[in-house]
Design a protein. Structure first.
Length: 162
């Protein structure tokens, strides 16, 4: 009787797994990115690790916290610099444009900074070496109210800290 009950449960389980709907995913082509030499690596090697001005600015699309392909290349170079200079930590400041409520923009700017941190952690940087802060719309790069200014304000700024 026990074996028969196990057999019935196994058949029900297999039947339920077999009836799962298959969802088709659009075909996405892979792209190749050259990470051997980038603008940021030239700037860092020529200037050294100066504090004060951001080493890099990562820009985002409207209402997005996803990293662009160009920003991934720059962030890989930042991760290399951090690996080579263990006495430095990184401050990541997230920013948003003026559209949206103050609370929403604050949360969006924190998600943008967190996206940068998550990528760097996945590239091998210890999370303790990265500090994340979101400023929302409080520190605009351009105070104008047009698309050009808003695109400059949707950013994350990365600073090396000793």
């Amino acid at each position: 009787m026990k074996n028969f009950l196990i057999f019935i449960i196994t058949v029900i389980f297999l039947y339920s797994c077999a009836s799962t709907n298959v969802v088709e995913v659009e075909n996405r082509e892979a792209t190749t990115v050259d990470i051997t030499q980038s603008e940021i690596s030239n700037r860092i090697s020529n200037v050294g690790l100066d504090l004060g001005e951001p080493e890099i600015k990562i820009f985002f699309d409207y209402d997005e916290d996803a990293l662009s392909e160009k920003s991934l290349v720059d962030l890989l170079e930042i991760s290399r610099v951090l690996k080579d200079n263990e006495r430095y930590t990184l401050l990541v400041e997230g920013h948003a444009d003026e559209r949206g409520t103050r609370e929403y923009n604050l949360a969006l700017s924190e998600r943008r900074a967190k996206a940068v941190e998550d990528f760097l952690v996945s590239a091998g940087i210890i999370p303790v070496r990265i500090e994340v802060v979101g400023y929302g719309e409080e520190q605009p790069s351009d105070i104008s109210s047009n698309e050009n200014a808003w695109s400059k304000n949707r950013r994350a700024e990365l600073f090396f800290v000793r």
